[in-house]
Structures are given as C-alpha cells and as structure tokens.
Design a protein around this ligand. Sequence first.
Ligand SMILES: *[C@@H]1O[C@H](CO)[C@@H](O)[C@H](O)[C@H]1NC(C)=O
Ligand SMILES: *[C@@H]1O[C@H](CO)[C@@H](O)[C@H](O)[C@H]1NC(C)=O
Ligand SMILES: *[C@@H]1O[C@H](CO)[C@@H](O)[C@H](O)[C@H]1NC(C)=O
Ligand SMILES: *[C@@H]1O[C@H](CO)[C@@H](O)[C@H](O)[C@H]1NC(C)=O
Ligand SMILES: *[C@@H]1O[C@H](CO)[C@@H](O)[C@H](O)[C@H]1NC(C)=O
Ligand SMILES: *[C@@H]1O[C@H](CO)[C@@H](O)[C@H](O)[C@H]1NC(C)=O
Ligand SMILES: *[C@@H]1O[C@H](CO)[C@@H](O)[C@H](O)[C@H]1NC(C)=O
Ligand SMILES: *[C@@H]1O[C@H](CO)[C@@H](O)[C@H](O)[C@H]1NC(C)=O
Ligand SMILES: *[C@@H]1O[C@H](CO)[C@@H](O)[C@H](O)[C@H]1NC(C)=O
Ligand SMILES: *[C@@H]1O[C@H](CO)[C@@H](O)[C@H](O)[C@H]1NC(C)=O
Ligand SMILES: *[C@@H]1O[C@H](CO)[C@@H](O)[C@H](O)[C@H]1NC(C)=O
Ligand SMILES: *[C@@H]1O[C@H](CO)[C@@H](O)[C@H](O)[C@H]1NC(C)=O
Length: 428
Amino acid sequence: MYLPFKLFKIIFCTLLLIISILCYDPTERKYHSGVVIDDRLLIFGGDTNITELTFELFYLDLSKSFDNNNLTWVLIPEGSLPVYTYDSAAVLSSDNYNYTIYLIGGFMRNKNTFDYDYSNLVYAYNYPASTWSTQPGGDSVPPRQNMKGVIDNSGIIYIFGGFNATNVEESEYIGTDYNDMNILNTAKMTWSTLDISANLPNKCAGYTANILPSGIIVYTGGLEQVSDNANLTLVNMNEIKLFDTNEYEWSYINATGDEIDPRWYFSSVLTPDGNIIIFGGCTRNFTIVNPKLATLNTSKDPFEWFWFIPNSSKANTPPSIYGHTANLYYDYMMIITFGYNIDNQTYNSQVYLYDIKNNTWVTIFISIANNTIPFVQVSTYPTPTPSFSIPTSTFPIIIVMIIVIIGFIAISIVIFISCRNKERNSSS
Ligand SMILES: *[C@@H]1O[C@H](CO)[C@@H](O)[C@H](O)[C@H]1NC(C)=O
Ligand SMILES: *[C@@H]1O[C@H](CO)[C@@H](O)[C@H](O)[C@H]1NC(C)=O
Ligand SMILES: *[C@@H]1O[C@H](CO)[C@@H](O)[C@H](O)[C@H]1NC(C)=O
Ligand SMILES: *[C@@H]1O[C@H](CO)[C@@H](O)[C@H](O)[C@H]1NC(C)=O
Ligand SMILES: *[C@@H]1O[C@H](CO)[C@@H](O)[C@H](O)[C@H]1NC(C)=O
Ligand SMILES: *[C@@H]1O[C@H](CO)[C@@H](O)[C@H](O)[C@H]1NC(C)=O
Ligand SMILES: *[C@@H]1O[C@H](CO)[C@@H](O)[C@H](O)[C@H]1NC(C)=O
Ligand SMILES: *[C@@H]1O[C@H](CO)[C@@H](O)[C@H](O)[C@H]1NC(C)=O
Ligand SMILES: *[C@@H]1O[C@H](CO)[C@@H](O)[C@H](O)[C@H]1NC(C)=O
Ligand SMILES: *[C@@H]1O[C@H](CO)[C@@H](O)[C@H](O)[C@H]1NC(C)=O
Ligand SMILES: *[C@@H]1O[C@H](CO)[C@@H](O)[C@H](O)[C@H]1NC(C)=O
Ligand SMILES: *[C@@H]1O[C@H](CO)[C@@H](O)[C@H](O)[C@H]1NC(C)=O
C-alpha cells in the first residue's frame, strides 16, 4: 500500500474516533453507579435493555454549562469495563488525588462468554492512569448484590449486608438478604467481616448509605427480611440504622416529621449542611412511591432527626424513577441519571437537575468549575483520559477536513488502481 494512502487512512480513522467520542450517546440503563471526580460524573455498569451487553465507561462533562436536553456525554475508550455488572457498589477512594473507584459485587457477567461469572468480585479503576485491575480478595469477599458502600477518612470501605441471588439465570428476584458488615481496607487491600453480635439490624438490601463527617453511617429504606424464611418487605423510612465506624457499633433512631413511603432502588446524597436528600425508588412491586423527593435533617443532636418534604418547584419535576443514580456536585446540584421511568414504563435517558440551595428542579446546569483540575498536581501521572476539549465551534472545520480527506483517499485509490493497472499492463 502506498504510504500516503496509509497515512490518510490513519488520519481518517482517528478523526472518526474523535467524532464518535465527542458525540457519544450512551445506552439507557438502570442499576448502574455514578461517581463524581473533579468536573466529571462517571457512570459505571448498569442493566441495559439490549441483548448485546455494553461495557463503555463514560462521563458527563460538568466543566461546561449545559442544557439537560443537550448533554455532554464523553466516552473514555480505554476505560472499558472488564465485566458486565449491575447492582454493584462503586466507591471512590481519593488517596491524595490518586483516585480509584472500587467496583464491588453485583450481578456479573463474563465479558467474553456473557455467562454469569462470580470468579472475581472486586475490580478497581485507577482514574489518573485509566486502567482496570482485578483485586484479590479470595473467599473473604462475599458475593452480594444491591448493597451500597461508603468510605471513611482512613480509606476503609464499609459494605453492609446486601442480597444474594439464588436464581441468577432467571430474572426473578429470589434469594437471601444479609446483615453482616464487610470492610475493605484500600490501603492494605484486605477484606474482613466485622465480628459484631450486639444490636444487629434486620437483614437488608436495596437501602441507601451515607457517612456523616462524624464517621457515622446512616442507612435508610430498602428491603429487609424480618425473620428467617420471611419474604422480603420494605423498611419503614422512619427506622434509621446507624453504624458508628469509630466504635463498630450499631444503633437506631426513630425519625419524625413528614410521612415518606417505604421504598427501595432509590438514591440519597448528603449535603454539606447535614441533610440527606432521597429521591425516587419504588415499592416491592416496582410501582410509584410518594413523595418523590424528601430530606432527612440530621443536624439536630442528639439524633432528633426528622423527614421533611421541601416545597420544591412543580416545574421540571422528573417522573417517578427507580434504579437511577444521584450525585451531588459541590454544594450546588443533585444530578439524577438514567434509571427506569415508572410513569411510562421506559428507560430514562434524561438527566434531572435539582438545585439543593433553592430546592428547585432546573434544566440548565451552570458550571462552577475553577478550571484548576486538582489531579494535575500529581505530576508523575501519564496524561489521563483523552480530554478532547475541542470546542463545538470547530465541528464544521472537522467536517470539512473529513470531506477533504475522503477526497484525498478517493484520489489516492484512483491513482493506486491506475498505477497497479499500468504495472500489470507493463508486466504482461
Ligand atoms: C449543545 O451544546 C453545545 C455546547 O455544549 C452548543 O454549542 C450547541 O449549540 C448545543 N446544541 C443545541 C441543539 O442546543
Ligand atoms: C495510584 O494508585 C494505583 C493503584 O492503587 C497505584 O498502582 C499507583 O502506583 C498510584 N500512583 C501513585 C503516584 O501513587
Ligand atoms: C450467592 O451465594 C453463593 C454462595 O456464596 C454464591 O456461590 C453465588 O454466586 C451467590 N450468587 C450471586 C448472584 O452472587
Ligand atoms: C412469601 O410470598 C409467597 C408468594 O408471594 C407466599 O406464597 C408465601 O406464603 C410468603 N411467605 C411468607 C413467609 O410470608
Ligand atoms: C422506635 O419506635 C418503636 C415503636 O414505634 C420502639 O419500639 C423503639 O424502641 C423505638 N426506637 C428508638 C431507638 O427509640
Ligand atoms: C435542620 O433542622 C434545624 C432545626 O429545625 C434547622 O435549624 C436547620 O436549618 C435544618 N438544616 C437544614 C440543612 O435544613
Ligand atoms: C405486589 O403484587 C402482588 C401481586 O402481584 C400483591 O399480592 C402484593 O400485595 C403486592 N405488594 C405490594 C407491596 O404492593
Ligand atoms: C410553596 O411554594 C409556592 C411558591 O413557590 C407557594 O405559593 C406555596 O405557598 C408554598 N407552599 C408551602 C406549603 O409553603
Ligand atoms: C417517557 O417520559 C419521559 C419524561 O417524562 C419522556 O422524556 C419520554 O419521551 C417518554 N417516553 C415515551 C416512550 O413516552
Ligand atoms: C426493551 O427492548 C424491547 C425490544 O427492543 C422493547 O420492545 C421494549 O419495549 C424495551 N423495554 C423498555 C422498558 O424499554
Ligand atoms: C438560586 O439561588 C441563587 C443564589 O443562591 C440565585 O442566584 C439563583 O438565581 C437562584 N436560582 C433560581 C432558579 O431561583
Ligand atoms: C474553586 O476554588 C475555590 C478556592 O480555591 C474553592 O473554595 C472552591 O471549592 C472551588 N470550586 C470549585 C467548583 O472547584
């Protein structure tokens, strides 16, 4: 092949790749995880409604303002997940800006065979290097689904209970809940199950978990098993479980205030001023719950907590959704992604934005980024994910370039063929 032709081909393919990254339109999903790092909301895994499983890692770019009907999704091509997983726990360890996301458990399928595969239960994604690794844990890592993890200041991840499905091949949700506390020490990469017998909560899954600055983990909602062999039932939202990571002790409080329907597959974020905002979720039978959004005020000591339904704007209110994610971006916006829309029984492709200061659902995300990306401070890293920050205004230029290149390629092919024909003619 002629060198110029080869060169054109490479440039052409590279440009196609850039275009596909810039105009990335992710598959809708539920039961995924979301993690905010700097000005990016990364989405991990999820259950999609297509027979071909997807493994893409991508993020919502929060460094620029956007409208929620024109979303800036960006693909991280080399960050492709090593496994198809949903209902797993994703926990961000910041470790002095050397961010790593631990993706733990869930319903897992082998990337090559598409079969259910629980041979490895912990995967770690190092964000600066954009590399995946499997983490050893051996038999000490229990196979669980529908659990949440939180991390404390010393880098210990706490995972409470969760569900163990016994009929993974069918789509029925049949199995057992657990009430053990498993911890992953990310500094030593060791797993252990805490040996606690006092005050154990009911076996539970599908809850929300948030760790307060005091080191107390707050668990709300979910599906519990009140006794052995009992069917899974929804947890009363007023029954709040607390786990003290300093003392390794369980305790409970009865929250007061507004009435909140019990639910699972819902989300929670902790605001800097001590409110836990919950959103969405569904009943045991995947029907709607009310209210859609509520806050648990945790400021009042000692533990006189109460539920409160903020007088949110009616405008732009999202539909009833479950299996979504909610992430808080600074003291500013709660961002809801994907999930399942109960109102019209479709997957949700929208992003819903809740301004936590004004208690309003908004459609425009105004970037508050400082443009000083902290992880650049660790200068020993290779360049992170391709940040093709090509402004959209250059699209026409790119398109013109592609047309020019296609032209060149066409001409090259014509020249190539005519030269070859000449060669053949001269040799025959
Ligand atoms: C989408 O957003 C980009 C900038 O992020 C803007 O240039 C473009 O005009 C927007 N498109 C529409 C249809 O609003
Ligand atoms: C960042 O973390 C990864 C995985 O834990 C480790 O392999 C790497 O050496 C760390 N990098 C630095 C600069 O500490
Ligand atoms: C449930 O637990 C059993 C025994 O630990 C394990 O073999 C199985 O893979 C688990 N199922 C799932 C879906 O994790
Ligand atoms: C669990 O639910 C099934 C069907 O929904 C029912 O037949 C069974 O009696 C229930 N078991 C208990 C202990 O409530
Ligand atoms: C919560 O209320 C129930 C009864 O409604 C009571 O049995 C329980 O002791 C209360 N728990 C706490 C921690 O006050
Ligand atoms: C929580 O409730 C207390 C007492 O009503 C109130 O003073 C405080 O502002 C509330 N906190 C938030 C974050 O709403
Ligand atoms: C769920 O649906 C079943 C039948 O489909 C019904 O018997 C049961 O009462 C429902 N449970 C709830 C909590 O709505
Ligand atoms: C809720 O807010 C609206 C306007 O934003 C106001 O008219 C209404 O009275 C408020 N309701 C309550 C209960 O505060
Ligand atoms: C379902 O509802 C959402 C928002 O409420 C809307 O964006 C979407 O187009 C609807 N889908 C169908 C199939 O009606
Ligand atoms: C899932 O995909 C099938 C086939 O494309 C479609 O018929 C069905 O409506 C989809 N379900 C949802 C919930 O979007
Ligand atoms: C939200 O509050 C900020 C101040 O905290 C204000 O500047 C902004 O205009 C408010 N936005 C809306 C939609 O009310
Ligand atoms: C911007 O920088 C200020 C001062 O360094 C910091 O307090 C603030 O959190 C930063 N905001 C964002 C969105 O990065």
